[in-house]
Every structure is written in C-alpha cells, then in structure tokens.
Design a protein around this ligand. Structure first.
Ligand code: ASP
Length: 290
C-alpha cells in the first residue's frame, strides 16, 4: 500500500493585488514538486523541509536568506527554526549574522548541541564549526534587484517555511526569515521561537508567517497544535481560531499546516500568501494573491 505523504511551503504572507508574483509562483511550484519527489523517494520530512527552506533562502525571491533587508542599524540579522514531530527535537538561531543559510545553522543547533535556541557569537561559532557557508559579500545581499527593500517595503514582512509528512508517517516544520521591515537591531520575531512561528509534533506540523509580535503573544504555532490535540478541532477550525487570536491583537499573517494523515491547510488573513502544496492524493498547487 502506498503510504501518504504531503508537502506545503510558503514564501510569506502579505502581497499586493497589483504586483506580479509569477516568478515567485513558478519557483514555488517547481520547488514543491521537487519536495514531493524527495518524499516519494523516502527522504525524511526533516531533511525535506530543511532542503526546501535552503532553496528559498538562496533564491533571493523572499524575505529570508539572500532576500533579506538590513535592520534600522544597517545590518542583516536572520532568524530560523526547525522541528521534528515524532522526536520533538528542535533547533533554532536568532539574529544570526554572516551566514547564507540560517536554517542550516538551526539544524546544526539540533544535531550538534544539547540546546534548542542559540544566538550571537555562540551561534556563529557553531555555524563555523559545522562548516556552513559565510556571506562573502554582504553588499550583494543588500542590493538584490528583487530584494526586500524594493519589493516589500510597504508589505512590512515576509518569510519562508515548509511543512512535510514523510512516508514513515513523521512530520517536520521549518521556518526562516529576515524579519519584519524596519526592525531594530536585536529584534527577534516568532520564527525561531518554538511554539510561536514553528512547531511539529506527532499530529501536526506548522510554519507561520506574519507580524511576529502577535504570533509570539498568541503562541500561535503551538496554539494551532493544541486546538487539534486537546480540542479535537479540524485544521480549518484551528487555523481560524489562531488567526482570529492574532487579528485580535492587531496582527495579520498566515500559516501552513499538515496533519499526520497528509491533510494540508494554508489559511491567511492578509490579502495573500505565497504558497504551494502537493500530496499523495493531490497534484501540485500554487498561489499568492487571494
Ligand atoms: N514572522 C516574521 C517575523 O515577525 C515575519 C514574516 O513572517 O513576514 O519576523
């Protein structure tokens, strides 16, 4: 019998109806199909969500990795986290400077230390020990033609994320971000905080995007999982409940989620969210506006 698998990715909530997102959509469509191939070939959900996040970080199309913008002090600080559901292993980094892939650094925290969240020089030393690529020329990161400053100035935020169910029945989530526009040096959003922007357990995997302060104050990703675990809510009801709570604090955004049977849900309360998904029983889909 074919085992269920599923993959969903996002490139951030908050779009403009008059913008052309065809490049980002084409990229996400190809990427989600690549993720599907990896899952069908037996790759673990954890490896797949990391690989897809790395590709999105490297694309320069989203506000993560290469597409990030400097904070108000003029330098780039990146946040990322990943979590494996059945083991509850997790790793994250915040305000990371000088490395191409914060999600790879988060994986290094998970694999190489007994810690979950690392920051500052300690995280940077660990990333070096793990052999991760440093940013050779930070200037090119600031002047990306499709970069955050030009593209998303008035959107205010963006992020990338991936959730997956593998054919072993295991779930994982990963999220990586350059943070919100106009953030102060040292500001950390929901993305690297386990249970806020990123969560996976044995029932569901969740990756959030949006105004991080509201996602922190509602413990959004864990609240989503708790609604399912303790409240027996559907994915739809859980998504609505979480986004209503975020909205009640003046926040906006969205999330992607997959449950253990491979059902996918991708709600948002912004004008749009760049997203794509594919599953054992569903062809690849992609969307951005609406
Ligand atoms: N949630 C991210 C943050 O607050 C930004 C985003 O998702 O757009 O850092």
């Amino acid at each position: 019998m074919n085992r269920p698998w599923a993959i969903a990715i996002h490139g951030g909530a908050g779009v403009h109806a008059d913008r052309d997102y065809s490049r980002a959509e084409a990229f996400l469509y190809d990427l989600v199909r690549d993720g599907a191939d990896r899952l069908k070939a037996g790759m673990t959900a954890l490896d797949v969500v990391q690989a897809l996040c790395e590709a999105m970080e490297d694309s320069g199309l989203f506000v993560a990795g290469r597409g990030s913008a400097p904070n108000t002090a003029g330098f780039i600080e990146l946040d990322a986290a990943l979590m494996e559901g059945h083991t509850r292993r997790a790793g994250s980094v915040c305000a990371l400077k000088g490395f191409e892939s914060p999600i790879a650094a988060a994986r290094a925290v998970m694999e190489r230390t007994d810690h979950v969240l690392m920051t500052a020089q300690g995280a940077e030393r660990l990333a070096l020990e793990a052999g991760l690529k440093t940013i050779d020329d930070p200037e090119t990161w600031r002047t990306q033609p499709d970069g955050f400053l030009k593209r998303d100035l008035d959107t205010g935020h963006g992020t990338v994320g991936a959730v997956a169910l593998d054919i072993q029945g295991h779930l994982a989530a990963a999220t990586s971000t350059g943070g919100v526009y106009g953030k102060r040096a040292g500001r950390v959003g929901d993305t690297p905080l386990i249970g806020c922007g990123t969560w996976a357990d044995d029932q569901v995997a969740v990756s959030c995007t949006g105004w991080g302060e509201a996602f922190i104050r509602t413990a959004a990703a864990h609240d989503f999982a708790a609604r399912i675990r303790y409240g027996n809510q559907s994915l739809e009801a859980a998504g609505q409940g979480v986004l209503d709570a975020v909205a009640s604090l003046g926040g906006d955004g969205g999330l992607i989620a997959i449950d253990r049977s491979g059902r996918i849900h991708m709600p948002f309360n912004t004008d749009g969210m760049k997203r794509a998904a594919c599953a054992h029983d569903q062809d690849a889909i992609v969307g951005s506006v609406g």
